[in-house]
Every structure is written in structure tokens, then in C-alpha cells.
Design a protein around this ligand. Structure first.
Ligand code: FAD
Length: 565
């Protein structure tokens, strides 16, 4: 079995292609996959790493659509259809947990009846449970619940999903350039003919021409639109999520009411997370979203109503992302804006040919978004090739985990299971038959030396943070206490960084983690971060000056919480 490596940004450049895709989130990667599988030459430019936008900053909820059934039927239907497709084509990215929508004494039990009816109308299986059965099924749910409905919610790993799509795209001829920012859209009269990109690693700019340019840049779609001279009204809202130090719940727990703050608790790998808030922000704040203590308090207080254990569970980190909502200025929170996908043919809309925008939607509808956009591209290129992405299985999802486990036999059972869950049927590519390759780098997430080498060699890794997205290093309960130092050694051995740059690389990673830790730095969390600081400062001699991008000190101005929530 062979896996094509993702093309690293600094390798050979393309100057001409059929389609340019701007944005390496799930939508852009799905689009690259769909185009290349239909024989269309395409190039994807992502200004950072893959999945650094909303794709890497969400709950990872494989929506059944139930959340939108009452308020947004079209989105609910899209979700349930894509939910079942993703279970088949992306099974190594999906955890089929099921979900519960619980009603608490302060909620209206009548809403549950409307909810079940709306789910059924949208084609979502929704089963009402007796409270005692619900508590038996999910013992961590609030024991005072008065009603519960089971739905086919699940969990999806957005990093794995995006990489799997990109691997398939590259296998079918697409080119992927991460750390390439589109700086200008090239136009000739009323036609878009290409883009000017900045290679952020070599600091060089160059032009690439194409017949169609697709804006798949999520919430940044407005800014890309303005580069082309078209007005795309979007509405940035920040959603904040909080991660607990262990996996408390096995099923997704939702509140059975209209979507509101902190009403989804999602289990994921070794942890679980509660979200989210919905706060309007400015476009200028998109790249500097910081989380306030108040948001963290709100997530804990509201989250504990779903699952009381959240109050005492160790919190390890928070993060925030901005949804790609197409604007409805009357909606001040973003809660009422439809999650339906939006496809804009700028030739019809603005008289500008060769330019398409695909945005809105959800992570779970990325494939459908890609299909609709590729259908339009085919129309423009006068091609008639059907889409096969709803049935063609993604790299990694071909064989069942049981069969794959036998192929990585030399590893310890728990490490084997972790590697198979991350790479699916590509796990045999991870070197595992020597003592050094099978030794552990990250104890929390069970990442081996062999797995890190595989990611460095094949999965377009440029730095430690990219590595974290590929193999979950530093994502577990200790947030990179020992593993990151070891991983830096492996990156240096692979010549991805030089020994003199290694301290800066390490410091950058820790700064990145710190941004998500400081808003909740009390109790157990402060003890853990003190220990990490002691370890890296006292033993490794790292100083703040080693970090090329120290976190801004602005948080010092925030009001600290008066007591530990
Ligand atoms: C808090 C929160 C929770 C959510 N929860 C869920 C959930 O549980 N389930 C679900 O299905 N959906 C969820 N969503 C929605 C989901 O995350 C998004 O709909 C989806 O990830 C959007 O993917 P995308 O590829 O369209 O956009 P993005 O992932 O944002 O990708 C756009 C990319 O474009 C890149 N880019 C921008 N400008 C340029 C440029 N000039 N040059 C090159 N690249 C550029 C960005 O760096 C970015 O990587 C949630 C969203 C948020 C914010």
C-alpha cells in the first residue's frame, strides 16, 4: 500500500492550472478531492497549516441535524444525510457515539414533543427515553433530568478528516501548498484569471493562473471577495470551547431547547469539551481571538447543568473559532443565522466570471459543499463527470480496525489502538518493528517515534504545531509537558529545524498552548502550568526571549475571577 506525501510548500511551483482553491479547511480540502477525482487539475493554497481556520476550532460534533431540526429544517436534513455518508467514507475519523438531548426541570418539556416531531420530519431517528434509562445510558448526565431523546449524533476528528481528503486529492493529482497566502486576485476585464501568492516560508511572491478561482476561505471569504472587488456579507461570531482533562461522557450530551450557550458536551479521544458561546466580533479580530475569564466561567456554569462533574473536572485549555456565517444583520448573536451552505457564482451575481465562493454550512456538510461547487466548476469548464465522493472511501477508512490491528502487531496493544484510530488503514505505514520506532514520545496520547517520523515524512509537517494537528502530540491532559521536548529532537534529526532554532520552535509551541491555558489558570491548571514552566525554564534553560512570537501580555489587563468556579 502506498500513500502519496502531501507536497510541501517549498517544492516545485505551479504557474498554471484549471482551478485554484483558496483555503485549506475541510471545504477546500474536500473541493480539491472532488475536483481531482473528476480529472480537473487543481492547486490549493492555505495561508497557514491545513485546518487552522474554523475546521480546527470547533466541537467536532458529527451533527445528526437534531440541533437544527426545530429552527432550520434545511440544515437539519443536510446534516443527517451527510452524517450517514461520513460514517461510511470516513470511518477512521468518526466515533459513532450517539447523542442525548436532555430536558432539565427548568426547561419546557413541551419543547421535547416539538423537537421529536421536527426530527422525524427532517428524517432524523429520535427516540424518547425514560429518565432512568437515559441516566443508565449516560451516567454523567445531570441526574435531575426530566426527559431525554436519543439521536444519531457522533464525533468527527476535523484534522484527520481534512488530511484524509487532501491525501486523496494529492493521490489524484491535486497540489497542496500550505503557508501560502493569497495576496491578490488577478483580473483581466470582468474575468478572474488567477492569484498572486506569498510563499511564507521562502518569503517570495509569485503568480498562478487558472480558469476558475474558488474562494473556500470560510469567514475570511469577505476579505477574499474584496480582493476580487465583490461584496460578500458575512457575520463573524466567536465561539469558545473548553476542554476537560479526561473523557467524562461517552455520548454527546445536548440540552433540549433552542440553540444557546454551552449546551453541547462532546467526548473526543482522551478528553471532552463543552461549547460554545456566540459573540459578534470584528473582521480585524479574526486572527487574534482571545478568550475571556467570563466566557470560561459561563461555559463551566452552564456546562455543569448538562453534566455536574464539569464543576470539579480539571480544565486543560480553551480555544475559539469563528463560524462562516453569511450575514443577516438583524441577528445580533449569530444563533438565528442559517447553517445552510452558500454557493455564489460571481459571474451571475456580480458579472465577474472565473470566480466562485463556497461558504456557510458546517464541518459535517463540507463534502456536499465541495460537490455543489465542483458541479458548478464542471459546468464552467464544460465537463460532464459525476461526483463519486459520497461513495468513494477516504484513505485510512478502507479496512475495519480489527483487520488493521493485526498488521501493526509489534506495538503494545494500547499504542496500536491509538495509531490505528488516528491513521486507520494507513497505520501499517508507521514504522513499528524496531525498539526505537516503537518507543513512546507522548504518553498521554500514545504517540510513538515511528508515528512522528511518518507524519514528518508524509503529512506536510513544517513545525511542532503542525505535528500536533497530525498526531495529537501535546493535546492530551499534560498539554506537552515532556513529549514536545522529545518531538523537537526528532524534528531536528529530520532536519525540519536546526539545533540553534530548536529552542525557538519549542518556545513557539508552548506559547501557542499558553494562549489557551491562561484564561483558566487556577486550581489544578495553575499547578500543572507552573510545573511545565519549571521544567522548561529550569531544566531546559528556555526563556521567554526564545519565543519568536510571545503571547501578547494583554490578558494581564483582564479582571481575574474572584473565586475558582
Ligand atoms: C465554535 C465553533 C463550533 C463549531 N462546531 C461545529 C460542529 O461541532 N460540527 C460541525 O459540523 N460544524 C461546526 N462548526 C462549523 C465548522 O467549523 C465550519 O463550518 C467549517 O469548519 C468551515 O470550514 P471551511 O473549510 O469552510 O472554513 P475554514 O476551516 O475556516 O477554512 C478557511 C481557510 O482559509 C484560509 N485562508 C483565509 N484567507 C486566506 C488567504 N488569503 N490565502 C490562503 N488561505 C486563506 C484560512 O487560514 C482557513 O484555514 C463550528 C464552528 C465554530 C466556530
Amino acid at each position: 500500500m502506498t500513500v502519496e506525501p502531501l507536497v510541501l510548500g517549498a517544492l516545485e511551483r505551479t504557474t498554471e492550472t484549471d482551478v485554484i482553491i483558496i483555503g485549506g479547511g475541510a471545504t477546500g480540502a474536500g473541493l480539491a478531492r472532488d475536483c481531482s477525482r473528476r480529472g480537473i487539475k487543481c492547486v490549493l493554497f492555505e495561508r497557514g497549516d491545513l485546518a487552522t481556520g474554523a475546521t480546527g476550532r470547533n466541537h467536532g460534533l458529527l451533527h445528526s441535524g437534531a440541533r437544527y431540526a426545530v429552527t432550520d429544517r434545511d440544515s437539519a436534513k443536510e446534516c443527517i444525510e451527510e452524517n450517514y455518508i461520513l460514517r461510511k467514507i470516513a470511518r477512521h475519523c468518526v466515533d459513532e457515539t450517539d447523542g442525548l438531548f436532555i430536558t432539565l426541570p427548568e426547561d419546557d418539556l413541551e419543547y421535547q414533543k416539538n423537537f421529536i416531531k421536527a426530527c422525524q420530519d427532517a428524517g432524523i431517528a429520535a427516540e424518547a427515553l425514560e429518565p432512568k434509562d437515559a441516566k443508565e445510558l449516560e451516567p454523567s448526565a445531570n441526574p435531575s433530568l426530566i426527559g431525554a431523546v436519543k439521536v444519531p449524533d457522533g464525533v468527527i476528528d476535523p484534522f484527520r478528516l481534512t488530511v484524509a481528503n487532501m491525501l486523496d486529492a494529492v493521490k489524484h493529482g491535486a497540489k497542496c501548498y500550505t503557508y501560502h497566502e493569497v495576496m491578490a486576485i488577478l483580473k483581466e476585464g470582468a474575468r478572474v484569471v488567477g492569484v498572486r501568492v506569498l510563499d511564507k516560508l521562502s518569503k517570495e511572491e509569485y503568480e498562478v493562473r487558472a480558469q476558475v478561482v474558488v474562494n473556500a476561505s470560510g469567514i475570511w471569504g469577505t476579505l477574499i471577495g474584496s480582493l476580487a472587488g465583490v461584496d460578500i456579507k458575512m457575520f463573524p461570531t466567536r465561539g469558545t470551547l473548553l476542554i476537560m482533562g479526561h473523557r467524562i461522557n461517552q455520548l454527546v450530551i445536548n440540552r433540549c431547547r433552542k440553540p444557546a450557550d454551552a449546551d453541547i458536551l462532546v467526548p473526543g479521544d482522551t478528553v471532552c469539551l463543552i461549547g460554545t458561546t456566540s459573540i459578534p466580533i470584528k473582521f480585524s479580530q479574526l486572527d487574534t481571538t482571545r478568550v475571556s475569564y467570563q466566557e470560561v466561567e459561563l461555559l463551566i456554569t452552564e456546562g455543569a447543568k448538562l453534566c455536574p462533574k464539569l464543576t470539579t473536572a480539571r480544565k486543560i485549555r480553551c480555544y475559539a473559532g469563528s463560524r462562516p456565517l453569511v450575514a443577516d444583520e438583524a441577528d445580533t448573536t449569530g444563533r438565528k443565522t442559517s447553517r445552510h451552505l452558500v454557493l455564489m457564482d460571481h459571474e451571475k451575481r456580480d458579472g465577474l466570471s472565473g470566480f466562485i465562493t463556497i461558504t456557510g454550512g458546517k464541518l459535517i456538510t463540507y463534502r456536499l459543499m465541495a460537490e455543489k461547487a465542483t458541479d458548478l466548476i464542471c459546468e464552467k469548464l464544460k465537463l460532464k463527470v459525476p461526483c463519486d465522493t459520497a461513495t468513494a472511501v477516504l484513505p485510512g477508512s478502507g479496512e475495519s480496525p480489527d483487520k488493521i490491528l493485526r498488521k501493526v502487531a509489534p506495538l503494545a496493544p494500547t499504542v496500536r489502538a491509538a495509531i490505528v484510530s488516528r491513521h486507520g488503514d494507513l497505520a501499517p505505514l508507521v514504522e513499528s518493528d524496531t525498539p526505537s520506532a516503537s518507543s513512546l514520545v507522548c504518553e498521554c496520547e500514545l504517540v510513538s517515534v515511528g508515528e512522528i517520523k511518518h507524519a514528518i515524512e508524509s503529512l506536510a509537517v513544517h513545525n511542532l504545531v503542525d505535528l500536533r494537528r497530525r498526531v495529537r502530540i501535546g493535546m492530551g491532559p499534560c498539554q506537552g509537558e515532556l513529549c514536545v521536548g522529545r518531538a523537537t529532537g526528532l524534528m531536528t534529526a529530520a532536519k525540519l529545524c536546526t539545533p540553534d532554532k530548536a529552542p525557538g520552535e519549542l518556545a513557539s509551541f508552548l506559547e501557542e498552548r499558553w494562549k489557551g491555558i491562561y484564561p483558566l489558570n487556577w486550581g489544578e491548571t495553575i499547578r500543572e502550568s507552573e510545573f511545565v514552566m519549571w521544567l522548561y525554564q529550569s531544566i531546559c534553560g528556555l526563556t521567554r526571549a526564545d519565543s519568536p512570537n510571545p503571547a501578547p501580555p494583554e490578558h494581564l489587563e483582564d479582571e481575574a475571577p474572584t473565586e475558582s468556579p
